[in-house]
Design a protein around this ligand. Structure first.
Ligand code: ATP
Ligand code: F6P
Length: 458
């Protein structure tokens, strides 16, 4: 297998101790993959591309998307459908130039350490695919074609209505005329479009073909670990409307005394939150939407979820347990600073990567949350009752928070967060229970037991 490191390399942790690197990074660092999107317009290619990029970046795998449409817009900002007529030499020339510019930028990006470059274009002809394949291969880059095929008229119309009419291509135009023009654009593509391996002469390509939003899937010649992770992730995506609700457990006895970790029960105010949670959920979810509830295996999340309606399915996940603070479990931040001053400073220096002695780092938590994210993508409405650090990691995935910032984010107790994935981005609504609780947020350098969050941590 090309591009896979022989064994996990070791890296110096901020505290000076060496540690084995995480698999997600160690195995991919020599690999370069170009994910080449394929499909007619309005088939969800950009949608799939941005989710793949978000997932990979969340796993610390350098990923970037090169959208040929954006390059084309430099030269042809608002073209009408005839620009896309394959018999229009001017249109052909400009479209080819845009593809070449995108690929040139992508190759330059790979040279700076990029691992997964996503080429977002229709790549709808065999000739175009061969050109991308040859160019990438010549530069030592693996190619994974990802085709979205969809003949469900309702889905296509919804895509045009929800996404295409707001595209810069149609800014300021009459929606009906724009929709008709976009349909004409699709017709031009249909005349030349060949699904991958239609003529059985692309059988040597590595590809994933998603038919009607994953109802049917074809996988061909997947070569290595990272490719298989990407393929598995993309197979799990769906576009049915759904939300994910996130809550921390109610205030715990350790929260009150400013201690970290442990397996304590709830404080009296934490109990009040547990009793109030069903109302908050009802207000946000409604009465008749079936909801699945996931908790960690620790007492405080299970206790928080225990008054939720019995017809909600409940599941406990070890992967949702709080970040393991190792030898610091049960200590206050002041005690950590007194006993392990170097560690205390190292954690503030690089909170995402710092691993507690005998415990975990935020980076470790992200890696163990990967199956949770995979399951979340497959699922519909889910409520997750978990812990501060874990919630930050899940939130960072949906909201694309960067790693340096996410461990410092304020996630208040006694608040329900509703996240709703949309075509481009995630919508957020917060519901406060209005039950007072201590703040467990801590600013850099501070050892305060309870501290008010600063505005930039919100
Ligand atoms: P274009 O070629 O014009 O750039 P596109 O194929 O990139 O079009 P998108 O802009 O990604 O299309 O379309 C977004 C819409 O596609 C969203 O509304 C999303 O719900 C929907 N979508 C996501 N995945 C799929 C899929 N596998 N098949 C069809 N539609 C999908
Ligand atoms: O203080 C509550 C808590 O859930 C601890 O158990 C955990 O160690 C901590 O938050 C994680 O937050 P931070 O990474 O900011 O220390």
């Amino acid at each position: 297998m090309r591009g896979v490191a022989a064994g996990p390399p070791t890296v110096k942790s901020p505290s000076g101790r060496t540690r084995a690197n995480t698999w997600s990074f160690s195995k991919v660092e020599d690999t370069k993959i170009c994910v080449v999107m394929v499909g007619l317009p309005a088939r969800g290619k950009s949608y799939i591309a941005q989710l793949a990029q978000r997932y990979l970046q969340w796993l610390s795998i350098p990923a970037a998307t090169f959208n040929v449409g954006n390059y084309r817009r430099n030269d042809a900002p608002q073209p009408t459908a005839d620009f896309f007529d394959f018999n229009n030499p001017e249109g052909e020339r400009k479209r080819r130039a845009a593809a070449e510019a995108a690929v040139a930028d992508m190759l330059a990006w790979f040279r700076t350490g990029g691992v997964v470059g996503i080429l977002d274009a229709t790549n709808s002809t065999k000739e175009r695919r061969k050109w991308v394949m040859d160019t990438c291969t010549a530069h030592g880059i693996e190619v994974l074609f990802v085709e979205s095929k969809c003949d469900d008229e309702e889905v296509i119309m919804a895509n045009i209505r929800d996404v295409k009419l707001t595209s810069p291509d149609y800014r300021g135009q009459d929606p009906e005329a724009a929709a008709q023009d976009f349909r004409n654009r699709i017709s031009h593509y249909e005349k030349v479009y060949k699904t991958i391996n239609a003529d059985e002469d692309e059988d040597n390509y590595t590809y994933l073909k998603l038919m009607n939003v994953g109802k049917q899937v074809i996988i061909n010649r997947i070569q290595d670990y990272l490719q298989s992770r990407i393929v598995y992730y993309l197979m799990n995506l769906h576009i049915r409307p759904r939300s994910v609700w996130l809550s921390r457990h109610g205030e715990s006895l350790y929260n009150l005394s400013g201690r970290i970790g442990g397996d304590m029960l709830l404080s009296p105010r934490g109990e009040l939150y547990a009793k109030k949670l069903p109302d908050l959920v009802r207000e946000s979810v409604g009465d008749d939407r079936p909801l699945t509830v996931w908790t960690s295996t620790l007492k405080r999340t299970i206790a928080t979820a225990r008054f939720l309606p019995p017809h909600y399915n409940q599941l406990q996940w070890k992967a949702l347990d709080e970040l393991d603070s190792g030898v610091c479990d049960g200590l206050t931040y002041q005690e950590i600073k007194d006993r392990y001053p170097e560690d205390f400073a190292a954690r503030d220096e690089d909170k995402y990567n710092y691993r507690y002695r005998g415990g975990e780092s935020y980076r470790d938590v992200v890696i163990r949350l990967e199956p949770i994210i995979m399951e979340l993508e497959r699922s519909e409405d889910i409520l997750i009752v978990t812990h501060q650090a874990v919630l930050r990691c899940i939130y960072a995935y949906f909201m694309k928070k960067d790693q340096a910032k996410s461990p410092w984010m304020n996630v208040p107790l006694h608040t329900l967060i509703k996240l709703t994935p949309r075509a481009y981005g995630t919508e957020e609504v917060r519901y406060e229970a209005h039950i007072p609780a201590v703040s467990t947020w801590r600013g850099k350098g501070s050892t305060a037991k309870h501290e008010n969050p600063t505005p930039e941590s919100l």
